[in-house]
Design a protein around this ligand. Structure first.
Ligand SMILES: [Mg+2]
Length: 106
């Protein structure tokens, strides 16, 4: 996802509000995103659920920048985890495809 979060605003927000408030906010935003995903699944015909999901994902992305600015997460380490997990998922996908093909008698 290519989006832009203004890091200067994040930095100033962290200075003004402090680590406890910002991390509390991050937890709340992650929880709101979970709920928004659930609402999209439960009410797929309601266009407001998709708008709300975009809204909450924006909050999550800002919160992630805030956690990075606080020094709680590190982009290089996160990238390493992403690479590891995506390689693992790639193998799982291959296994699942083979299972599904076998089940379908292919
Ligand atoms: Mg929110």
């Amino acid at each position: 996802m290519k989006v832009t979060v203004n890091k200067e605003i994040v930095k100033k927000t962290n200075v003004i509000w402090g680590k406890d408030e910002v991390t509390d906010c991050a937890m709340e935003e992650f929880a709101e995103a979970i709920q928004a995903v659930s609402k999209v699944r439960r009410f797929p015909k309601d266009k407001r659920t998709y708008e709300n999901l975009n809204d909450e994902i924006a909050d999550v992305l800002i919160a992630i920048e805030a956690l990075e600015d606080l020094g709680l997460i590190d982009a290089e380490s996160v990238q390493q985890f992403i690479d590891f997990k995506q390689n693992r998922q790639k193998a799982r996908n291959t296994n699942k495809e083979m299972l599904l093909a076998a089940k379908a008698g292919k």
